[in-house]
Design a protein around this ligand. Structure first.
Ligand code: TNX
Length: 590
């Protein structure tokens, strides 16, 4: 639940955030400035337009129903919403088909939306007796549900039943994205992550309206998916990872499971098979893929740029054809990423030959190519349908500028802004720093449509936040690097450019902290973000005083730790009664 203290903190940022987000600055500044602190001011990514209505509140009760537009599409979103809310509320929340909104319901309708919402947007209206989300497409209903989650108390993110009440403040949202593509990339090659970890990451990022998961499935250290016509790629090529250890791979059935899970979160999977470099795991698995016919050993270090497919052997293109054929058949999405980065062991002429032969294979199997920005240098020019992923750290990249001028779309993931594997600062326990340190404000403070020279708004395909896994081994590691920077990148992809404002954004980001606490997400508590004081690890709570009476649940600071009273107490110093005593030690302050 939002505590009064959190409300007070949001208060100052609220007016600014609302003024920007609603675009009503000139017409109604006084009313907005006086609006009470509202959950509408804390939504990430910022909606196009929010209109809080302080005189109404809807409360989800045991009698509340989820009403869905008849048909499978809205029903799927309705059952997802039910799954989200049944555990924390303990309510039944039955899903009922009906073409009209109902009293005491959350209604998800595919009719009557403002045309401005387009294919991915939605309209959400909360009045005293109902919540209605309207959209033109399922993706929009799903996005509206993500907004609704953020209007509920943070405890709604808990996996255990909580007391409530489950209030949603009155108001309206009209919302649609700036860019149609908002991606997250996950490197499962350097360290392998099991299906459950990938699914959980999908769930966590869907909350911020990310709609594409780019899976980096192969690299020097590991081949992570079964290819039936080349079985050793997975069984041998996937048998280790960075630092040694067993590695792993997805069976094709598991890959389908990931795709289906992503689809249930309105997310498309883009598979990446990085070629012609970054291929040691394949070269180690099949000697015939090497020019000298000798398989190199598997590698577990993090060097780059030493491996290359053998460009002048026919079998190389049989290999490419088989991999693309098998994976394209399992992949419903339109795009297929062929990597193409850091091919330092491939000559320029060979690189050109490879791209000229390999890119048509994607088209042959019905897919549109994506590649890292090195493909923009290939000659002859790659087709204009090829989406070029920009990962430079500087604005000037003549090949990318030229490709944009030819009509290629550019996917923006500048490494010094959007790379979630960069350390936050010199003390970060995880991550690399070749592109610099990226604090939350750095991740947020750039504009996808002005960052790269000659790549304006109309050339931008979207934004993506890559997460390379050289230093990451667990879900907790992934979460620590992604939160809170992934929501910052998601904001750049969704929110209108006119709402860009760090001071307002950091307030909205702060409102996510209690949600991540409730959900058990391991995030980096950046000192740049004014996290609400109820965050564990914060020393913003009042200092303990011996004369004061504390009720159970009260948070205090003492001895540079945060403490919670387990029950009524007075005069017992936190720490003095041991871990079985009255004060629970929530840990050293961040
Ligand atoms: C560069 S970015 C790479 C990856 C590394 C990453 C580490 C790109 C296209 N290639 O191979 O994992 O840096 O940050």
């Amino acid at each position: 639940m939002r505590s009064p203290r959190i409300g007070a903190r949001l208060g100052s940022g609220l007016a600014a955030a609302l003024l920007v987000a609603t675009g009503l600055a000139a017409s109604a500044p006084t009313a907005l400035a006086q609006a009470p602190a509202s959950a509408y001011a804390g939504i990430v990514p910022a909606p196009v337009k929010v209109t809080p209505n302080a005189s109404a509140t809807f409360t989800i009760t045991p009698a509340t129903r989820i009403v869905v537009q008849p048909g499978r599409e809205a029903a799927d979103v309705g059952s997802y919403l039910g799954q989200l809310l049944r555990r924390p509320t303990g309510f039944a929340l039955p899903v009922i088909p009906s073409a009209a909104p109902q009293a005491n319901s959350v209604s998800l309708l595919l009719t009557g939306a403002d045309p401005a919402v387009g294919e991915q947007g939605y309209q959400l209206d909360t009045t005293a007796d109902r919540i209605v989300i309207r959209a033109n497409k399922t993706a929009g209903l799903f996005a509206g549900v993500q907004t609704l989650r953020q209007l509920l108390p943070a405890a709604a993110e808990s996996a255990r039943t909580q007391p409530g009440p489950w209030t949603v403040p009155g108001g309206s949202v009209l919302d649609h994205p700036r860019f149609g593509y908002r991606g997250a990339h996950l490197d499962v090659a350097r360290h392998f992550f099991p299906v459950e970890t990938v699914k959980r990451y999908i769930d966590e990022i869907a909350a911020y309206k990310i709609n594409t998961l780019h899976l980096h499935l192969t690299d020097d250290q590991g081949w992570r998916i079964e290819i039936k016509s080349w079985p050793k790629l997975a069984t041998y090529g996937g048998s280790t990872q960075v630092g040694g250890g067993p590695g792993g791979y997805y069976t094709q059935e598991q890959y389908k499971e990931i795709i289906a899970h992503a689809a249930s979160r309105q997310m498309t999977v883009i598979p990446e098979f990085d070629m012609p470099g970054h291929t040691n795991s394949a070269l180690a698995s099949y000697a015939e893929l090497n020019c000298d016919g000798v398989a190199p050993p598997l590698r577990t270090d993090i060097a780059v740029g030493y491996s290359s497919l053998c460009i002048n052997k026919d079998i190389t293109y049989k290999f490419v054809d088989d991999v693309v054929r098998e994976i394209a058949a399992l992949t419903p999405g339109k795009y297929f990423h062929l990597g193409g980065d850091e091919a330092h062991a491939t000559s320029e002429a060979d690189y050109n030959t490879f791209m000229t032969k390999a890119l048509p294979v994607l088209a042959k199997y019905g897919k549109t190519a994506m590649g890292w920005h090195e493909v923009a240098k290939a000659k002859p020019d790659v087709p204009t349908s090829t989406v070029i992923q920009f990962w430079d750290t500087k604005a000037s990249n003549p090949a990318v500028t030229a490709a944009a001028a030819r009509g290629n779309k550019i996917l923006m993931s500048p490494a010094n802004k959007a790379y979630l594997d960069m350390k936050y600062n010199a003390q970060s326990p995880l991550g690399l720093n070749w592109a610099g340190y990226i604090e939350v404000q750095d991740a947020y403070n750039w504009d996808p449509a002005t960052y790269a020279q000659g790549v304006g708004e109309s050339s931008v395909f979207g934004v993506e936040a890559p997460l390379w896994s050289e230093t990451l081994k667990t879900l907790a590691d992934i979460e620590y690097m992604a939160f809170p920077r992934l929501p910052a990148i998601a904001e750049l992809g969704w929110a209108p450019a006119s709402s860009h404002n760090w001071d307002a954004f950091k307030q909205r980001l702060a409102a996510q902290g209690p949600r991540w606490d409730a959900a058990g997400i391991n995030y980096y508590k950046s000192p740049q973000v004014p996290w609400p004081t109820s965050n564990p690890g914060s020393c913003d709570n009042p200092a303990w005083e011996s004369a004061k009476i504390y009720n159970g649940g009260t948070l205090v600071s003492h001895g540079n730790h945060e403490w919670r009273a387990k029950w009524w107490t007075r005069g017992e110093e936190p720490g003095s009664t041991g871990r079985w005593g009255v004060w629970e030690d929530l840990g050293a302050c961040a």
